[in-house]
Design a protein around this ligand. Sequence first.
Ligand code: CP
Length: 292
Amino acid sequence: MPKSLISLSQWTQEECYRFFESSLKFKKDKIINKQNGKYIALVFFEPSTRTRMSFERAAGWVGARTSLLSSSLGTSLEKGESYEDTLLNIDALGVDQIVVRCPEDMDLKSIESQLKTPLICAGWGKRAHPTQALLDYVTLYEKVGSLKGLRVLYFGDIWHSRVLASHQELVPQLGIECGYWGSSLSNDLYNFRKFKNKKEALEWAQVVIGLRWQKERHQESWSKDFLQKEATLSSDDMVPLASKPLVLHPGPVGWGEEFDFSIKAYSENQILNQVSNGVFVRALLLANGVNV
Ligand code: CP
């Protein structure tokens, strides 16, 4: 297994389940391999609430010290230093792990190959968000046990989601059945079932994973098409269903956009449980690296 975490495609089914079990054991027992003296650089070139604070909280659990770069303010990025040079300099400072959130156009894999320090991707443009995918499936494993054959519907902005990109690397190993419902402008997603309407999609789904409408990444025409499709999930949509699906969302939620406000009180809403589980997932990765 590589020293860094950018992609999940190399994880075997056995490694996935071992990691899920370890995360939930840590959640239950609160016992972890302490890393006193470990030094972790948290480098967030793009905004974050959940992921950044989750890694900070996780570092606290493992007894590591952190150094935070959040936005360019007060850094040499303001003087024109590149993201790549910034990471090479942090590597040269001598830290034990680098957690990084970066934009789409950065060649993270190429930069990672130049670093001595293991890197954990904390969100890369719309290309990857592996720790989010792990915490999402830890949350589902916690709720339903074996994930094989679970019917998971992706709902919302399929087309600009780094979360979905990392899910696509993980779901084949887990034997998940995937479907999606979104804009008519969409291309087909390989091995995902495409639904024509929301009712049919919800009747099929055991889990709904909402994805934020990333309007900052939309073309104007695309955005109009998407927004006019009334593609909002509401608790009223759940009323006729014989079996109520679990609802997840990586956050931040676009309330009134992909999710109606009524989803806040929906009984199967797992959104804040995901946030809680994210700390345990990230603490394991800080404590053990990508050795699962
Ligand atoms: N889910 C997620 O990545 O949230 P943040 O952008 O707040 O970190």
